[in-house]
Design a protein around this ligand. Structure first.
Ligand code: XUL
Ligand code: CO
Length: 438
């Protein structure tokens, strides 16, 4: 095996003032925050696809990075070299989880039986590697978007045979997730959507996706999968319109088809902004519905209209994210860096710089969110803002003990109502700034 990271030391916390590029500035795993060590607040995961498979190819040019890890890509030797590299990488950074698609692990064969045989071989190898470490799988998934057979969707395809291939891949990916002790299983519907309504039966396609998900739940539970299933919403790309547009849409879908007990959301920051929402909005909608499961921690570029999957760098956004996570009492999943280096950042060191940046940003977000909660002024303000519903007619509205007639009568007696209190947005924003930079 080529030792790609020979010159990279174990990454340690050295504090904000360090000039050592291969050190954490804010991620201090044992530091206590609101009664728990940072590492428990932040179950970080490595995304197999970006970190070990993506080498910089984009629509206009080929690879810039070398991710061969000393072996010929497309071979099982290369697949094993990726496993070796993954474990070396995670151990040096103190990352305890990984996420994978089936085809990230092995080269896909023409015949699904051969692909499955390769998956058995590689998962045995991963299990061997896991032994004696505390590294586990966060979630698994099936790639049902790259193979040309999925051009019209997987669960939403117009071809029954293709639907069966999707089912076979989900079944195997669930087997692998259980074998590797995964906490969750993700459905990201990249091709589940449409390009034109002229050729699409939306209702039928959505019913079929629900059928596939029900079968996945039944099968998963039958083989002992106790974790959460997740939908990862995204509004577009690759499809023009994706069915899991955002958290509210996905939650409505899950409820409509009776899947809401088994599924939660896996919220990705860059998908939120593509949907025209903030990351915080998507987290709030998920959390208030009891469905905040896991996070794909990355960030987009608001000047670009596509999924750039950058490592999180925006501390303000990370703080708002961690505020939602802390208020929700944490995640059942974790923080998966569904993020890749920029194309010119092409060396093995850059792989570390990306993760160091991401882990430090989320750690800083955690510290700042905890400070905002401990400061208490924002929470207190929000509580006060709705105080009129705590007594009198407001309390009756809240408890559902009134009627339209009673309220109309009340309003008529009032004559002219008083104006609602100020929203104080600028004051609240200045509290955030003083906690972030004070
Ligand atoms: C694509 C994306 C996926 C999912 C898993 O935008 O985020 O990589 O996270 O399929
Ligand atoms: Co993602």
């Amino acid at each position: 095996m080529a030792n790609t990271f020979e010159k990279i030391p174990t990454i340690k916390y050295e504090g904000a003032k360090t000039t050592n590029p291969l050190a954490f500035r804010f991620y201090d795993p044992e530091r206590m925050v609101m009664g728990k060590p940072m590492r428990e607040h932040l179950p970080f995961a490595m995304a197999w696809w970006h970190n070990l498979c993506a080498a910089g190819t984009d629509m206009f040019g080929r690879d810039t990075a070398d991710k061969s890890f000393g072996e010929q890509p497309g071979t099982m030797e290369h697949a094993k070299a990726k496993v070796d590299t993954a474990f070396a990488f995670m151990q040096k950074l103190g990352i305890r989880y990984f996420c994978f698609h089936d085809v990230d692990l092995v080269p896909e064969a023409e015949d699904i039986c051969e692909t499955n045989r390769r998956l058995d071989e590689i998962s045995d190898y991963i299990l061997e590697k896991m032994e004696g470490t505390d590294i586990r799988c966060l979630w698994g998934t099936a790639n049902m978007f790259s193979n040309p057979r999925y051009m019209n969707g997987a669960g939403s395809t117009n071809e029954a045979d293709v639907f069966c291939f999707a089912a076979a891949q989900v079944k195997k990916a669930l087997d692998l997730t259980v074998k590797l002790g995964g906490r969750g299983y993700v459905f990201w519907g990249g091709r589940e959507g449409y390009e034109t309504l002229l050729n699409t039966d939306v209702k039928f396609e959505q019913e079929n996706i629900a059928r596939l998900m029900h079968m996945a739940v039944d099968y998963g539970r039958s083989i002992g999968f106790e974790g959460d299933f997740y939908i990862e919403p995204k509004p577009k790309e690759p499809m023009k319109h994706q069915y899991d547009f955002d958290a509210a849409t996905a939650i409505g879908f899950l409820r409509q088809y009776g899947l809401d007990k088994d599924f939660k959301m896996n919220i990705e920051a860059n998908h939120a902004t593509l949907a025209g929402h903030t990351f915080q909005h998507e987290l709030r909608v998920s959390a208030m519905n009891g469905m905040l499961g896991s996070i794909d921690a990355n960030q987009g570029d608001l000047l670009l209209g596509w999924d750039t999957d950058e490592f999180p760098f925006d501390v303000y956004d990370a703080t708002m994210c961690m505020l939602e996570v802390l208020r929700a009492g944490g995640l059942t999943g974790g923080f998966n860096f569904d993020a890749k280096n920029r194309r010119p950042s092409r060396t093995p060191e850059d792989m570390f710089y990306g993760y160091i940046l991401g882990m430090d940003t989320m750690a800083l977000g955690l510290l700042k969110a905890a400070e905002l909660i401990e400061d208490g002024r924002i929470d207190e303000f929000v509580k006060e803002r709705y105080a009129s519903f705590n007594e009198g007619i407001g309390a009756k509205i809240r408890s559902g003990e009134t009627s339209l007639e009673e309220l109309a009568d009340y309003a008529q007696k009032l004559g002219a109502p008083k104006m609602p209190g100020s929203g104080r947005q600028e004051y609240l924003e200045s509290i955030v700034n003083s906690v972030l930079f004070g």
